[in-house]
Design a protein around this ligand. Sequence first.
Ligand code: SAM
Length: 333
Amino acid sequence: MASPLGMPAVPPRTPDPPWRTAWDSALYGPDGFYRHHAPADHFRTSVHGSDLLAEALLGLARHHGLTRVVDVGAGRGELLLGLHRLDPTLDLLAVEVAPLPPGLPDAVGWSAALPERIDGLVVAHEWLDNIPCHVVEVDGAGRPRMVHVDPATGRESLGLAVDDPGVPASVGGWLDRWWSLAGREPGARAEVGSSRDQGWAGVVARLGRGVAVAVDYGHTREQRPPYGALRGYADGREVDPVPDGSRDVTAAVAVDSVAAAVGGRVLRQREALAALGLSAERPPLSLATTDPGEYAARLARASRVADLTAAGGLGTFYWVVSGVGGVDPWPAG
Ligand SMILES: C[S@@+](CC[C@H](N)C(=O)[O-])C[C@H]1O[C@@H](n2cnc3c(N)ncnc32)[C@H](O)[C@@H]1O
């Protein structure tokens, strides 16, 4: 088709979507990253490489007499495989958008959907940070505005102000309560955590009797990242967070807001693992002479626990823990 001046008509540009829409397609659309990529091929989490996290969660389940474990956002089933190795009698279910990976034992069930009701321990390990959010940024006049993004290039533009009637009131409401940008300088940003709150509340609502644990990296009101926490990862390294389906797109979780949505308690991973009996204490040196094999095994274990509890590393991850059906969720009360 040609224009009246004889020039080829340029099709009008489709407006860029807001971040939440682009992010959702990039991870979970038909060509989305998580439809085709195993998390462990791109980054390591605490469930890769050792069964220590599985051991701690097994201790929590046993403390409450729970024999069923549901893992939401289960990756390739690594955590459940660890639990199965430790206790083959457990009833295990992975809830995961990716298809069933080959070679998983029959004892690990696999589903794209949550069960209607869960009696047991429900875990989400590094799931919430992958729930897409709206992103907002303070413009040159000091107004927080919706950030839009070109999915192919990651080029951003500012859309409506968050208090515009065209923006869901929940965006401004969540920001006012949890991550206020009032009075902040141009360029200050936030990810709107209401989608994570709703996501986790939707899981916990299915718990009949049991304990829910969401583990993730995040922040609380006292230490929000001033320019937001949107990141991209691919092939083991950090890359620009372009929502083109080729990479993981993630942002740290406002864990205090998630906890408030489910009446949960927030702990750091190092506190949680210590309460569940995992110690990074090294074995006594004398053991190296009396039983060198045992010494080496205990030293290796202590170093793996140290990795999971490191200050400034995985130890600063958060656990949001809640109990349902009369269960006091935490062994220490
Ligand atoms: C960062 S990975 C974490 C995997 C694993 N839990 C771990 O810690 O290694 C997030 C996982 O959540 C899955 N996921 C995201 N949204 C989901 C949903 N609504 N239902 C089921 N799985 C989901 C993704 O496919 C991906 O495997």
